[in-house]
Design a protein around this ligand. Sequence first.
Ligand code: NI
Length: 159
Amino acid sequence: MAIRTIREIGDPVLNKISKEVKEVTPRIQDLIDDMFETMYEANGVGLAAPQVGILKRIVVIDTTGEDPILLINPRIVETSGEQTGNEGCLSVPGKTGIVTRPNYVKVVAQDEELNEFEIEGEELLARALCHEIEHLDGHLYVEKVEGELMDVELLDDED
Ligand code: NI
């Protein structure tokens, strides 16, 4: 496994549409392993393949540090409710902003064997699912921020 370089806002790869995964080759398996390692090393709760420069529809999420979730070709099939809160992104380092998301989402995705499964999430997991899946269509949360993007450091100073 290896840590991959996380692409940052301004890199055109982050605005491109990722391609469907049709086969999990050894190369894709390596990518998945590296994505988990890169996410944990950066203390993130989610990472999408375009963030490491690969335009494939693959997402990794872990909102607790103990629940690794791999999503291949994920799509949101149901949403409900609303939550408004701070969001950040490993591709927008040091920044945070307020984004409104559904409070509940249901996602259909495929696992490493490309078997389809469903996953439901509320609160932080729902937010992470929406955020990461949007990366696959070339969107960053900064497009949805209400008000100004803020420095994480300034927020910490207020505590
Ligand atoms: Ni992100």
